[in-house]
Design a binder for this molecule. Structure first.
Ligand code: ADP
Length: 295
């Protein structure tokens, strides 16, 4: 990993943007059955977009490398991102493939089923124009070759690379050997073969997020556990994205790892106190307030 940046770097998020189509219904339909639902809403989503919004709200200059379709959904997501102050000059517009969508059905118990159609996300280009003070942050909802090419370019530039290996998958040696920091949750780290396997591939720092139990930071043979902030959660959607985006933003703007982790813990906790993903991502001032009220 590059040494702590002295100048403010940009967080370059390489990842997915989806339109989430959410239908509420009393119960899930059986195969072949048609039900009349109770409510319908559309939300911006995709781990890439969520983490870019989290980073921008945390106060870092943020650029989002993604692929959107040339359709209403793509234009909507473009507007959402630019309204958040995110630089979309590296985004690709796909003329022939529709914007990615997630079809979400929620029953009256809050249980959901989700079908993700990657669409234009499969055409996400790699990041270019990377400076040594930048932080390149990626997840796994775009092609793995895109992430590998982005991290290779980041390494060549001396920038910091952070992977949030979600959705969970098995170990890809080439990709993991290009990561400075990997942020899996408890389920993801198991699928990747454990912390030691990641360290053996050269990952310097592994931060395992453990929901309301906080995080474990593994650096070399040392392990530090930090507790979660105590909040009253109403919806944990977006907690992991808030954590990753805020951590990247804090590192890019010059924080040391331990301070960056505290800010990310606060952002993850705050994201659980509101419904949805993008609406629940906290502003920098909210993170400051939670940290000072807890110290
Ligand atoms: P994911 O959403 O990717 O599964 P986690 O559930 O581990 O990730 O949540 C990410 C981070 O968000 C946690 O490490 C913690 O900092 C914060 N967080 C999540 N759930 C809670 C909670 N119930 N109370 C406080 N903080 C939480």
């Amino acid at each position: 990993m590059a040494s702590a940046p002295t100048a403010t770097g940009t967080v370059i998020v390489v990842g997915s943007a989806n339109l989430d189509l959410v239908a509420s219904t009393e119960r899930h339909p059986l195969p072949g059955e048609t039900l009349t639902g109770t409510e319908y809403s559309e939300y911006p989503g995709g781990k890439g977009l969520n983490q870019a919004v989290a980073s921008s709200r945390a106060g870092a200059p943020t650029s989002f490398v993604c692929a959107l379709g040339a359709d209403d959904a793509g234009r909507f997501l473009h507007t959402v991102a630019t309204t958040e102050g995110i630089d979309l000059s590296a985004a690709r517009v796909s003329e022939s493939t529709p914007t990615g969508r997630a079809l979400i059905v929620v029953d009256e118990h809050g249980e959901n089923t989700i079908i993700v159609i990657p669409g234009s996300n499969d055409e996400c280009p790699p990041a270019h124009d990377i400076d040594s003070s930048d932080v390149v942050l990626a997840q796994l909802e775009v092609p793995i070759s895109t992430v590998i090419d982005s991290f290779s370019a980041a390494r060549a530039a001396g920038a910091t690379t952070i992977l949030n290996p979600a959705p969970a998958t098995t170990l890809d040696r080439t990709l993991l050997s290009l990561c400075d920091i990997v942020i899996p949750n408890e389920h993801e780290v198991e699928l990747l073969g454990g912390v030691t396997a990641l360290q053996q591939l050269g990952v310097e720092i592994v931060i395992v997020t453990r929901g309301s139990k906080g995080i474990d930071i593994h650096k070399g043979s040392e392990m530090t556990s930090l507790p979660a902030f105590a909040v009253d959660p109403v919806d944990t959607t977006g907690a992991g994205d808030a954590f990753c985006g805020t951590l990247a933003a804090s590192l890019a703007t010059g924080s040391e790892l331990s301070d960056a982790c505290q800010r990310a813990l606060a952002a993850g906790a705050l994201a659980t106190t509101k419904h949805g993903a993008v609406p629940s991502l906290p502003m920098r001032a909210d993170v400051d307030a939670l940290i000072s009220s807890s110290s």
